[in-house]
Design a protein around this ligand. Structure first.
Ligand code: MRU
Length: 346
């Protein structure tokens, strides 16, 4: 299984640089908070669950450098690092979740001498990484029941091993169904502007030997109308209490198209993506990235110089378009507010 992120024996964090894929497999080594924050901002590591794992790792690395006389001073600095990091990629709930896990652990072990506390935070960040893989495998186990033999699945962005600590969410469901010898075919949206579908999902599916075809985002409606899509399966960056889903830009379009064509629209995500503090999707912060991502492909300009561009990285799909949400605790069906309560209790 591809490792998007791992701890080294020297106590640094090694990331597979996703900006260089599929052309080059280059690893970057992060030894401190600043280099982790840079890697997250530049999308060397990306995808909501991976951001949770990377966020926790960044905080644990950051903690090592804090020189404080007592716990209160230490915790205040840790909290400041957390605020800085959360703003780097504000949409994915998992990033704040990872940050909060480390802050909570610090509070839990506040009586420890500072050096022992710092070591405990690294152990916690490592445990979060390991846990993420198990969570994804559980999502896959639950979700594979929704995939029948011969299914033609449309997916968007990258939700595989690269977007997590391993295995994947929506791609994990596909992986689990494929492992059960189910025949399936994946239609992969290229996912402009950053091309996570073309560059990353195609790369992962190819390595796994799972049959797929790449399409331009604008072709999705055509293939649905032709009867060539049985279900849509995507991931999520933040899910509000009512089941509204923030995910990669273009997801909303797919959901509306799927409803028009009577095609089920499924979302796969860990429970750490669900944000019960948000009543609906309107309050979800949507990251706006730099216009160059739209104005260029692979560093080459595709529009006349001086062209203005907008680049919202995510959109929100209202819950009425979402047929089910697959989590590690089971599958939630509408009304989501109620099913989430059961899921989060279990
Ligand atoms: O901007 P990205 O590449 O971090 O966006 C990723 C997505 O939108 C994924 O669909 C989502 O995070 C789920 S990943 C399992």
């Amino acid at each position: 299984m591809i490792k998007s992120i791992e701890w080294t024996e020297q106590g640094s964090v090694r990331l597979l640089d996703q900006t260089r894929l599929p052309g080059e497999q280059i690893y970057v080594e992060c030894r401190d908070f600043v280099s982790m924050a840079e890697a997250i901002g530049a999308m060397r590591i990306r995808g909501a669950p991976a951001l949770g794992v990377a966020g926790a790792a960044a905080m644990a690395l950051g903690a090592q450098a804090i020189q404080a006389g007592d716990f209160e001073a230490f915790y205040a600095e840790l909290a400041t690092l957390g605020e800085r990091l959360a703003n780097v990629r504000p949409t994915a709930k998992n990033l704040t979740w990872g940050i909060e896990q480390i802050k909570r652990s610090a509070l839990k072990w506040k009586e420890l001498p500072l050096q022992a506390l710092k070591e405990a935070l690294v152990r916690e960040a490592k445990a979060i990484l390991e846990q993420d893989i198990q969570t994804n495998q559980a999502i896959g186990e639950h979700g594979k029941a929704l995939i029948t033999n011969g299914s033609r699945i449309l997916t968007h962005c990258n939700t595989g091993s690269l977007a997590t600590a391993g295995y994947g969410t929506a791609l994990g469901v596909i992986r689990a169904a494929f492992a059960e010898m189910k025949r399936l075919h994946v239609l992969v949206d290229e996912t402009r502007p950053v091309l996570q579908g073309a560059r990353l999902t195609a790369w992962e599916l190819q390595q796994e030997g799972i049959p797929f075809t790449l399409i331009a985002d604008t072709m999705a409606g055509h293939f649905m109308k032709q009867g060539e899509v049985d279900l849509v399966l995507v991931g999520a960056d933040r899910i509000a209490r009512n089941g509204d889903v923030a995910n990669k830009i273009g997801t909303y379009t797919l959901a509306v198209l799927a409803k028009e064509h009577g095609i089920p629209f499924y979302v796969a995500a860990p429970r750490s993506t669900i944000d019960l503090s948000m009543t609906n999707g309107e309050a979800i912060p949507l990251e706006e990235r730099c216009p160059e991502e739209v104005l260029q492909i692979g560093g080459k300009p595709i529009a006349p110089e001086g062209t203005k561009a907008k680049n919202p990285a995510f959109d929100v799909t209202p819950s009425r378009y979402v047929s089910a949400i697959i989590t590690e605790g089971g599958i939630a069906y509408p009304p989501y507010e109620r099913s989430f309560c059961d899921l989060l209790r279990s």
